[in-house]
Design a protein around this ligand. Structure first.
Ligand code: CA
Length: 237
């Protein structure tokens, strides 16, 4: 099996070293860039399998790097940000970033984000039929062909909108899904802003039906100000 190559674009040496160390010890190949300009040039010359992009770079705004790079490649981009600015995360995702990770992050969190993004990008490139395989995680099974949802083999009855929300999250399992992307998926591109409230109400109902303790969910997590993330599917090997 050939190793995945990850390009790390990060101007702070100690963070660069930290990420690099984690990746090397987990069998990734790495390339490094300390400026946006250098990063863009390495993306085009080296075609890395995944890009870890720090948004606070000395020479360029990280967001403009995403929009530039998205003109010619769909390789996964995970944004690394120290800022807790939700708007910036949403903007990065809207511009085509696949996910984000907030500093300080743990080793396992970083590796999980990378694994998930690589799997989703491989699925898109090779076998979209994998999307029709049921989602399975801790007793929750979503069968996309039968449109059925079960918890520990017991049927869960969802409304059509609740099912649509849950299925979309599950097909993106492990990744953050923004409010805007959920609303577009459910109501189409001209979705009204009122739908945000309807989305929240539906989410409360979904959690009531699938979570043992809706106040402390174990399947669907809220990413404050950004969207939702469902726990990663165990099928995604
Ligand atoms: Ca920085």
């Amino acid at each position: 099996m050939s190793k995945y190559t990850v390009l790390i674009i990060e101007d702070e040496q100690h963070i660069l070293d930290l990420i690099n160390g984690i990746l090397i010890s987990h069998d990734y190949k790495t390339i490094q860039a300390k400026t946006g300009k250098q990063g863009i040039s390495l993306i085009s010359s080296m075609c890395p399998d995944l890009i870890l992009l720090d948004l606070g770079l000395p020479d360029m705004d990280g967001l403009s790097i995403i929009s530039e790079v998205r003109k010619w490649t769909s390789n996964p981009i995970i944004v690394v940000t120290a800022r807790t600015n939700e708007e910036e995360k949403v903007n990065a995702l809207d511009l085509g970033a696949d996910d984000y990770i907030t500093k300080p992050f743990g080793t396992q969190e970083l590796l999980a984000r990378i694994r998930t993004s690589l799997r989703h990008s491989n699925r898109l490139n090779t076998d979209s039929q994998l999307y029709s395989r049921p989602y399975r995680c801790d007793g929750l099974v979503i069968d996309f062909k039968r449109r059925s949802v079960t918890i520990n083999d017991k049927d869960v009855h969802l409304t059509p909108i609740e099912y649509k929300i849950l299925a979309y999250l599950a097909q993106n399992s492990g990744r953050v899904v923004t409010h805007a992307s959920l609303m577009t998926h459910i109501w189409g591109p001209f979705s009204e802003t009122d739908n945000n409230k309807i989305l929240r109400v539906n989410m409360v109902n979904i959690r009531r039906k699938i979570e043992q303790n809706p106040a402390d969910p174990k399947y669907i997590f809220t990413e404050v100000g950004v969207g939702y993330r469902i726990k990663e599917d165990v099928n995604m090997e």
